[in-house]
Design a protein around this ligand. Structure first.
Ligand code: FES
Ligand SMILES: [Fe+2]
Length: 423
């Protein structure tokens, strides 16, 4: 449970808000690279309650500038890409990627009015299949070199999906190890399309024992299941401070999904999904087809509040699905977080012992907000490339030895990786 003040502090991310200042201290993904290829059209982007336009100029340089023309406010995302910038359709003012006004054709020649105009502009770069922006103050830090961002292009694929809730509800759904047993429970015998695993057969249907460990990048989350065959089945997921998570997908960390939850405003967010395969190129066609089935043109899930998430109560009977909402986990997560309300009222919740991860992640963000408010640097900003490697990063789901637990399993994996690296 949070106080009303704490809940406002951690959910409000507009310009000038403490949490907004915190999240602006890191690069945030704003679109996938596929949405704006060289020669692509400008895209309106709302992020942390700021309306912007993402574009490539006629040299294919990326820019992110204010959506509304500083002259009289017309939407620049409709503008013409030409002459080294983006030209407003109303009176022809031209802006480059740094927000400089290059031309005002309706103004008398020789008047230097252009020089007085500096439009909103933010640094942008492409990484890991996404386009990232830095909306913060001062020199931008570095983007971390997470596996799911640094992998070769055939081994990764990025998508974004719009969810109608505050960003924190998105993060909380992804780091919550307890809900998987319930919300995502499938009929017996149904195998995951991706890993071929029958999750009921390996995890059973009892909730896991949950524990955590602090790491260089945030928090490692252990969910230990009693498998029906008597073995112990461990899921290792991560809270990637401040807005990221990972969700394990298969038998070890060869394939998983990194996620980053970026506020659009305080009532909606984008969930960026970074699919990653360590050892082999991924089947992108299959992933794209799966997305087409489940995500609509407006970037929202096909299942949504307006259609009551297409819940089928017949599907819930007998051995059917727990939720009556098909087999697509992200749609089920969207149901869970969107129906909490656009901003969950955390003064009214009742956290139990299985919510320990949620409480710890909130504490971490609230502490970081306090640092910012006290004038300290934002924690976890990467300034030196070596800080962004995160050698202790593990995402896995596997049977473990009887004498092992989450931390000892991870230490074994890290030792094996080190041995392999040093030969
Ligand atoms: S409103 Fe954009 S040029 Fe006038
Ligand atoms: Fe989930």
């Amino acid at each position: 449970m949070l106080s009303k003040e704490q809940n406002e502090l951690i959910t409000q991310t507009g310009p000038g808000t403490p949490c907004g200042r915190l999240l602006r201290s890191y690069w945030q993904p704003v679109a996938t690279a596929e949405e704006l290829p060289p020669g692509g059209d400008p895209i309106p982007i709302r992020i942390m309650s700021e309306d912007l336009v993402l574009f490539r100029d006629d040299s294919d340089r990326l820019g992110l500038i204010g959506q509304h023309c500083p002259h009289r406010g017309t939407d620049l995302s409709y503008g013409r890409v030409e002459d080294g910038g983006l030209r407003c359709l109303y009176h022809g003012w031209l802006f480059d990627i740094d927000g400089n006004c290059l031309d005002q054709p309706a103004e008398p020649e020789g008047r230097k009015f252009c020089d007085k105009i500096k439009h909103v502009a933010y640094p942008v770069q492409e990484k890991g299949g996404a386009i990232w922006a830095y909306l913060g103050e001062g020199a931008p830090p570095l983007i971390p070199e997470f596996q799911f961002l640094a992998a070769p292009e055939p081994n990764r694929l990025a998508f974004r999906v719009k969810q109608m809730s505050n960003w924190l509800q998105g993060v909380e759904s992804s780091i919550d190890p307890a809900h998987t047993t319930f919300l995502h429970r499938r009929p017996p015998g149904i195998k995951s399309e991706r890993s071929g695993t029958d999750v009921n057969a390996v995890r059973g249907t009892n909730p896991p024992a949950i524990s955590t460990e602090n790491t260089s990048f945030g928090m490692r989350i252990y969910a230990l299941h009693d498998s029906p065959d008597g073995r112990k089945y461990l899921r290792v997921n991560n809270y990637v401070y401040p807005t990221g998570t990972t969700a394990s997908q298969s038998g070890n960390d060869v394939s998983y999904q990194g996620r980053i939850y970026v506020p659009i405003d305080d009532y909606s967010h984008y969930r960026f999904e970074f699919f990653y395969s360590r050892n082999k190129p991924m089947d992108k066609e299959r992933l794209r087809k799966n997305r087409e089935k489940n995500v609509a043109q407006d970037h929202r899930h096909v299942r949504r509040e307006e259609n009551r998430y297409l819940q089928d109560r017949a599907e819930m009977k007998g051995d059917g699905s727990w939720s009556g909402m098909g087999l697509h986990f992200p749609s089920q997560d969207a149901f869970a977080i969107e129906t909490q309300g656009a901003i969950q009222d955390r003064t009214k919740e009742m956290l139990g012992s299985s919510d320990v991860v949620i409480a710890m992640a909130r504490r971490r963000v609230l502490d970081a907000i306090k640092d910012i408010e006290e004038g300290k640097p934002a924690p976890g900003q990467i300034r030196d490339p070596s800080e962004g490697i995160f050698a202790d990063f593990i995402c896995a789901a596997d049977f473990i030895g009887d004498d092992e637990d989450g931390p000892s399993y991870c230490r074994r994996l890290l030792a094996e990786a080190e041995t392999a690296a040093t030969g």
